[in-house]
Design a protein around this ligand. Sequence first.
Ligand SMILES: Cc1cc2nc3c(=O)[nH]c(=O)nc-3n(C[C@H](O)[C@H](O)[C@H](O)COP(=O)(O)OP(=O)(O)OC[C@H]3O[C@@H](n4cnc5c(N)ncnc54)[C@H](O)[C@@H]3O)c2cc1C
Length: 396
Amino acid sequence: MAQSGKQDEFESPDFYNIDDLLTEEHKLIRSSIRDFVKQEISPNIEEWSQKAHFPKEIVPKFGEIGIFGPFVPIKYGGGGLDYTAYGIIMQEVERGDSGMRSTASVQGSLVMYPIYKFGSEEQKMKYLPKLASGEMLGCFGLTEPDYGSNPGGMVTNFKDMGDHYLLNGAKMWISNAPHADVAVIWAKNEEGRVHGLIVERSMEGFSTPETHNKWSLRASTTGELVFDNVRVPKENLLPEKSGLGAPLMCLDSARYGIAWGALGAAMDCYDAARRYSLERIQFDKPIGSFQLIQKKLAEMLTEITKAQLVVWRLGKLMDEGKATTAQISLAKRNNVEIALNIAREARQIHGAMGITGEYPMMRHMANLESVLTYEGTHDIHLLVLGHEITGISAFK
Ligand SMILES: Cc1cc2nc3c(=O)[nH]c(=O)nc-3n(C[C@H](O)[C@H](O)[C@H](O)COP(=O)(O)OP(=O)(O)OC[C@H]3O[C@@H](n4cnc5c(N)ncnc54)[C@H](O)[C@@H]3O)c2cc1C
């Protein structure tokens, strides 16, 4: 439970002994990230969120403990770990806060991953170690003001000017943008083909206005990316893959992390509700002795246990290179939905106290509304599954 002035005594539920399926290394990683979250995030997150403050000083700390791009090989500064380890890290960070996890997901899956998978050796050596250590913060620009669920319609474009590319257009709703040193952005060339480009903050004509007044992910910073005749060196084009499939591959990796992350938020809410139900006395009894409270807790634990099994299995499929986009859609969609439902039920168990920053549910709930929408909306993932089942696309 992550609230101001109180000790974070979080304990994770493990009703089906899923720990038996993890390696010792996985458990060690989990415990070190959990301790980090208890020390660095839990004591501060309410204040950061209430004040809509992005704590930039946490970025190198994330780097030091290995939160950024753990699946990237050690040679490039990553952790050389498997996808289950990556998932566990995302679970623990989002147990602290979805905004903190968003910063980590973007850096790892949406900035380091495309450079690692589609970049040249020079690009990898130049950017990956600095991104892994948190010396640099990155962002990922796909969404545009008029193209969200349909990114293929994007109008951001670049022209070949001989010795450089000339980039024009705008991206919107970009996590980390206002503080990013580097942006991996997706734009069309003169033939209309989508390519990835690495844009650096210092490039003339590039600006990142911040998006204010969010009720969600308040400790994470969001903004626009504006490209006004930006001269991008030719060596900044990601050479190894083009087409919309390239950013979609990055999103698969990120959505996989979200499926674990949302589970972390759900576990935090469940744990808070379980504790509160034993402490809070009404009618001379702990409220946990009433059947309706027990029903809520039992249903939360059931959904958490099912979600744990889904992500554990998906992690294995990711490591074997067999996970499909539709499998990832199912996990992201399910786990975010159950987390949001659990946050709401846990809030009810806390009565009026549940609406305050003394407890984490309202913050998780508001955060999860963004998580439900970004990286493919809840409905679009449902339609991805519908397509998988029937072979018929209902969304285009
Ligand atoms: C806090 C936050 C951070 C974000 N970070 C990033 C980032 O770092 N990088 C990035 O590129 N983007 C980012 N996004 C953008 C996010 O991915 C988009 O918001 C998302 O893809 C949805 O696009 P949209 O908001 O334009 O909604 P729209 O696409 O306009 O959708 C509106 C509604 O219509 C529905 N809809 C759309 N098309 C169909 C259809 N064919 N059939 C049925 N229903 C449909 C949707 O499900 C939704 O309910 C972020 C968003 C938020 C809120």
